[in-house]
Design a protein around this ligand. Structure first.
Ligand code: CTP
Length: 442
């Protein structure tokens, strides 16, 4: 009976409208946190509470955190036909907590208050997060109601095990608000993906993302500040459009990887040489390779097997107080993975579309685009997405702007906005290019 709803799902590409239903359970005290988390993520929230819920938590508290009045009764404003208006407004209905009584009423198709009437009317995905005592959760009536709801396509989150209302503990606890929100948004992403045109179905898309780390000794490395977010957004978007996706992840935080759909394969690497190997391996049958990773151009010539001590490098005793003495680490060049993919494609027939990213700042020798165009010609990738980076753009989770150049350095498209929006535009362009190429060779 257990069902696993993935918490690993691509981030939504913009705000959504979420109806949060609150029913009569002691866990209603967690509803404000759930509402706050949704709003912090940029989503709009409307709260519909049952009368029983309002005995556990006050309408003013719910109104304050949600930023709008709390609806409770079908007859509050009959002229507005509120259950229909609310259901049509919603991109997602999340009931948290969902009491045993609420589950029973929804399973029975009842519409005896605003919340159940809204659920019955809604065409948006409905996610129910139950909270009740263990005996109520395990009661055959509830078990059957949950099975009925799941069969009908409503998503019922499995409750946690833990401390319940009294001194007892067991299964039936509302999961922590972060998990409820993550699962609910994952359901929404998956439903939207299912509705998206699967223009990349049957294609294998390989994405490298993150930043390589080049070891100096067992505790130190040369690294960079790439978070991997743009590459993960590209991988998520390709999966949303039906592609089989392999993400070659160089030192990406688990929290960033959470934005990937569950079906994407993740290959963890750390150094440039490992990344090159993994990309070439996965690339043997790739239709597209996206090199979004920040690959170190150089690595230390020698990796010391033990920790380098302060005095061993310059032959001087340790402990200079002024801290101005120099030291040298010799570096050797890493392969240019992208240029190599173009010059020596891992796929035998060479039918892989290769996409690069260029992080540019501009300098005395040229602006961002001039550097980008020179790089496009030098590397020869089919597409090069040029991104201006600085202290406050490009890195981390900030909106960015990219200009896409072709292999001769001519601009062919532009995209801006969140990383998800940029990914949407770039992957859309990739899909068009693949179709155009197949059309020509058919
Ligand atoms: N790249 C690569 N292998 C390297 C360096 C970069 O595959 N050793 C790829 C990156 O993944 C990216 C593109 O090349 O897709 C451009 O990366 P960037 O660091 O901007 O280019 P560099 O060749 O390092 O140029 P420079 O540092 O001189 O600007």
């Amino acid at each position: 009976m257990a069902s696993v709803i993935s918490e690993r799902a691509a981030a939504l590409d913009g705000p959504r409208r979420v109806v949060v239903g609150v029913s009569g359970s002691i866990a209603a005290y967690k509803a404000p946190t759930i509402i706050r988390l949704l709003r912090q993520a940029g989503h709009e929230v409307k709260v519909v509470a049952t009368q029983a819920a309002l005995r556990f938590i006050g309408a003013p508290a719910l109104a304050a955190v949600s930023g709008s009045a709390v609806s409770t009764g079908v007859f509050d404003d009959p002229a507005a036909v509120e259950h229909v208006a609310t259901a049509e407004w919603a991109d997602l209905v999340l009931v948290a907590p969902a009491s045993a009584d609420l589950l029973a009423r929804v399973a029975a198709g009842r519409a005896d208050d605003l919340l159940t009437a809204t659920i019955l009317t809604a065409t948006a995905p409905v996610v129910l997060a139950p909270a009740m005592h263990t005996q109520m959760w395990l009661n055959p009536a509830t078990v059957e109601n949950v099975a009925t709801l799941r069969r009908r396509g409503l998503k019922v989150i499995d409750p946690d095990s833990g401390r319940l209302t009294g001194s007892d503990s067991g299964l039936g606890r509302l999961p922590e608000p972060e998990r409820v929100v993550a699962q609910a948004l994952a359901v929404l992403t998956q439903e939207e993906a299912a509705g998206a045109a699967q223009v990349l179905s049957g294609r294998h898309v390989v994405v490298s993302a993150g930043g390589t780390r080049e070891p100096i000794d067992p505790v130190r490395y040369l690294g960079n500040r790439s978070s991997g977010r743009q590459g993960v957004a590209m991988a998520a978007e390709a999966a949303r459009l039906g592609a089989r996706v392999t993400l070659v992840a160089a030192n990406i935080e688990a929290e960033v990887l959470r934005d990937l759909p569950a079906q994407a394969e993740v290959v963890q690497v750390s150094t440039a040489l490992e990344l090159r190997e993994a990309v070439r391996q996965a690339g043997q049958d790739a239709d597209v390779i996206v090199m979004a990773a920040a690959v170190a151009d150089y690595r230390p010539a020698q990796v010391r097997s033990s920790k380098i001590k302060k005095h061993t490098l310059d032959g001087q005793p340790a402990g200079s107080l002024t801290g101005e003495r120099g030291m040298r680490i010799e570096l050797v060049e890493n392969p240019d993975v992208l240029a190599e993919l173009v010059a020596d494609p891992p796929r035998q027939d060479g039918r892989t579309l290769v996409v690069g990213f260029a992080a540019e700042t501009g300098d005395g020798e040229g602006d961002v685009l001039a550097h980008g165009a020179a790089k496009a010609r030098r590397k020869g990738a089919d597409l090069l997405a040029v991104n201006a980076v600085g202290e406050h753009t490009g890195f981390g989770d900030v909106p960015n702007r990219v200009v896409v150049l072709d292999r001769v350095g001519e601009p062919v498209a532009e995209a801006s906005g969140s990383k998800a929006e940029v990914a949407r535009a770039l992957v859309g362009l990739v899909a068009e290019r693949l179709d155009a190429r197949d059309g020509q060779t058919r």
